[in-house]
Design a protein around this ligand. Structure first.
Ligand code: UD1
Ligand code: MG
Length: 474
């Protein structure tokens, strides 16, 4: 049910300079979705009356993701005044005039923050009388974070940013997590007074905490036990740390749901993937995007699947596949390169050193060794011999090849598309198919073989080959 007393503000306007990237920080990927996507997904679960997201740097790219992930969010453009305090000030101004509740401010760079942690923060705040309740933690390395300064009797007094802190303050291990719940009136009362008189020349939202305390209000800081839940991502080292942590949680979740993961350290599973019971993932496997794997399938080792569907009991071994569908009991690899638009029927095979693209391959059909099949449709129960390829590109346009059911395509056949081969047809080894092959016929294009006797002895005298030929003739 919608929490009519809750508004959420997500801060996403920062430049993310420490990433040193042309991609905005919050669009860097974590388990297959952008950093901001994780925060928006968590925000959505709280079902707040209003959500405001503040953007500025690369605003269009951010706004596109926000509109797709959380369409109900109001998007506010931060002006040229920098800082998290200014971002919140502008967000609050965008809230409907009749709203009068709590404002949950979340830094957009805290992707592992989860809904239970926020629900606990909200419940704790509402059970007391504090003007604000914020989250804190004790990370192994507090460098860069704002520190929580407490009074001698343990009450939160203010937050000091790392760049503004004294040596003594930098020795404080408790940091501000960047997740704040304010009573709206308390927040409003102090936003306008924020100054940019600090090391970074920015309006800090963290200064509101000190101002509240100076006016006699109480503010609570709730320490979060697992600091990774609230650690912010500012550089690429923190990004990979967060990715590894999230992955270990996802892998464990799937293990408890009945998936065998032999080597969690080298197995990567994106948040959108779905795995059935009795799936086995072997070392070095990446299950990316919205990949779905059905019961009893085995994937890996050393396999990457992006947005694929793997049928029940299928076997995918040392394969790179994108946007492909594999039927039940199908066999893929080792060393297959499966490109978008590949559909392999049940019990079909895409074997060793085989590349496919935009190809519908019927049930029980086998491409066992060294094939390229692209822009093609192959019926059921057909055998494609080693080295067969579809020559789909004439240098200007791509053309289709159609091969019927229960056909036998001889080794090294080349289909020069557009061309069709009927049901139950054969081609001889090395055939170059330029004309349609009717059902039930055999196509052959080979020139008759000529043997020139004694050629090696005459033309390559004194070689090992010549000697071997002479020996064999004795
Ligand atoms: C901030 C806190 C710090 C805290 C840390 C927790 C401030 C002043 N400091 O520091 O106390 O320990 O988070 O991770 O708030 N943003 C805007 N507009 C801006 C600047 C930033 O919307 O003008 C957004 C960013 O996109 C980001 C978030 O606010 O999502 C935090 O900004 P960031 O620069 O990462 O702040 P920190 O230095 O990490
Ligand atoms: Mg940060």
């Amino acid at each position: 049910m919608t929490d009519s007393k809750l508004a959420i503000v997500v801060l996403a306007a920062g430049q993310g300079t420490r990433m040193k990237s042309s991609t905005p920080k919050l669009l860097h990927q974590l388990a297959g979705i952008p950093i901001i996507g994780h925060v928006l997904a968590t925000a959505r679960t709280l079902d707040a009356a209003h959500v405001v997201t503040v953007v500025r740097h690369e605003r269009d790219r951010l706004a596109e993701v926000i509109s797709a992930d959380l369409p109900e969010s109001i998007i506010v453009d931060q002006d040229e005044i920098p800082g998290t305090g200014r971002a919140v000030e502008q967000a609050v101004a965008a809230l409907p005039a009749d709203f009068n509740g709590d404002v949950l401010v979340i830094n957009g760079d805290v992707p592992l923050l989860d809904a239970p942690t926020l629900a606990n923060q909200i419940a704790s705040h509402r059970a007391g009388t504090a003007a604000a309740t914020i989250l804190s933690c004790f990370p192994s390395d507090a460098t860069g974070y704002g520190r929580i300064v407490r009074t001698a009797d343990g009450h939160l007094d203010r937050i000091v940013e790392h760049k503004d802190a004294t040596e003594d303050e930098r020795a404080i291990g408790e940091i501000n997590a960047g997740v704040y719940l304010f009573g709206l009136a308390h927040l409003r009362a102090h936003l306008a007074a924020l100054s940019t008189d600090n090391a970074q020349g920015e309006k800090y939202i963290t200064d509101v905490i000190g101002h509240l305390r100076q006016t006699g209000e109480s503010v609570n800081a709730l320490p979060v036990a697992d600091s990774w839940v609230v650690e912010g991502i500012n550089d690429r080292a923190q990004l990979s740390d967060a990715a590894a942590k999230l992955n270990s949680l996802l892998v464990r979740g799937w293990q408890l749901a009945g998936v065998t993961v032999q080597d969690p350290a080298t197995t990567w599973i994106d948040v959108k993937a779905r795995l059935a019971e009795d799936v086995t993932l072997l070392p070095g496997t990446q299950i990316r995007g919205a990949t779905v794997i059905e019961r009893g399938a085995t994937v890996g080792p050393d396999t990457t699947l992006l947005d694929c569907e793997v049928g029940e009991g299928a076997r995918v071994n040392r394969t790179d596949a994108t946007l492909a569908v594999f039927g039940a009991g199908a066999s893929i690899g080792p060393f297959a390169y499966v490109r978008p638009g590949t559909e392999l029927g049940a019990h079909g095979k895409i074997g060793t050193f085989v590349e496919t693209k935009n190809a519908k391959i019927g049930e029980g059909t086998k491409l066992a060794h060294f094939n390229y099949v692209g822009d093609a449709e192959v019926g059921t129960g057909t055998n494609i011999g080693a080295g067969v390829i579809t020559a789909n590109y004439d240098g200007v346009n791509k053309h289709r090849t159609t091969i019927g059911s229960h056909s036998r395509v001889g080794t090294n056949t080349v289909f020069v598309a557009p061309v069709r081969m009927g049901d139950g047809a054969y081609t001889g080894a090395g055939t170059v198919v330029r004309k349609d092959v009717p059902a039930g016929s055999l196509a052959i294009t080979v020139a008759p073989q000529r043997n020139i006797e004694g050629w090696v002895t005459t033309n390559r005298p004194g070689t090992d080959a010549a000697r071997a030929a002479e020996e064999s003739g004795k």
